[in-house]
Ligand binder design. Structure first.
Ligand code: BTN
Length: 259
């Protein structure tokens, strides 16, 4: 299919961001291995706080649990943000990212759902993926890299999504959309939280309300490959999912993948 290649206008994006910490440094690449790797190279200097690395094409993009992330060149939004938050905030970044994306989707009249912990769906199809990597010094987290992949103008086919069901903003809206507008909105929202203009309580409440997982009978694969099946009842204050198993036992899962 013939596709228009429209590059991002980084000057207009950074102008629009004004004195935002997030995006105060901006690297825009045509191609790289993974924006996570590029951001990591800058992580030994906290002067790079808020650095955004955006790539039109990644040759080795990674997702959660060792999967890859497929994204068509120049059609989508794929970037990483390097941040130096306090330890409490580091733990909030995955939930935060899903809420920021969902809020944007709602602002353009889409109906976002969040699949625990942080997959963003529209019409039950994945539209965005989030990967947060924390970096440590002597067992203490020093900084984090937030990676976002958001399907914007690509037409999802089974081949382009590795057989998984995916969708994109343009597919749901029926028309293409300017990626700059989306990026500016997301970065401003990240900045509002980072500078504490936006509260954790409002983020958590939104997340809880948009979790489609609650009430469902699910199977979760934890990171040590154990599968747990039961009803997803609720989430606790730290985001762990409370599961009621068939035998009535309750289990709280901090990290895993609903399969
Ligand atoms: C997932 O759903 O498993 C998370 C996918 C995260 C993909 C993004 S794209 C930008 C950044 N660079 C990467 O290599 N991964 C993240």
């Amino acid at each position: 299919m013939l596709r228009l290649i429209i590059s991002l206008n980084i000057n207009s994006i950074t102008n629009e961001l004004g004195d935002s910490i997030i995006g105060s440094n901006f690297i825009y690449l045509d191609e790289t291995t993974s924006t996570m790797d590029v951001a990591r190279k800058y992580s030994n200097d906290s002067l790079n706080d808020g650095l955004v690395v955006f790539a039109e094409h990644q040759t080795n993009a990674r997702g959660r649990l060792g999967r890859d992330w497929i994204s068509e060149q120049n059609q989508n939004i794929t970037f990483s943000i390097l941040v130096y938050p306090n330890p409490e905030m580091i733990n909030q970044l995955t939930i935060l990212s899903s809420v920021i994306i969902a809020r944007f989707l709602e602002s353009i009249q889409l109906n976002p759902q969040i699949k625990w912990p942080n997959d963003v769906l529209v019409n039950n199809k994945k539209i965005a993926g989030i990967l947060v990597e924390s970096l440590f010094q002597e067992n203490n987290p020093t900084c984090a890299i937030i990676g976002i992949g958001l399907n914007v103008n690509f037409f999802p086919s089974v081949e382009s999504t590795n057989g998984k069901i995916a969708t994109s903003i343009s597919h749901e809206l029926g028309h293409t959309i300017d990626r700059s507008i989306i990026l500016i909105d997301l970065l401003k929202q990240f900045n509002n939280f980072y500078t504490e203009e936006d509260s954790w309580e409002s983020i958590f409440e939104y997340w809880n309300q948009h979790l489609v997982t609650l009430g469902q009978n699910i199977t979760i694969q934890t990171n040590n490959q154990i599968q747990i099946t039961g009803i997803a009842e609720s989430v606790n204050k730290s985001g762990a999912l409370k599961i009621k198993k068939e035998n009535g036992d309750i289990e709280y899962i901090d990290y895993g993948e609903i399969i």
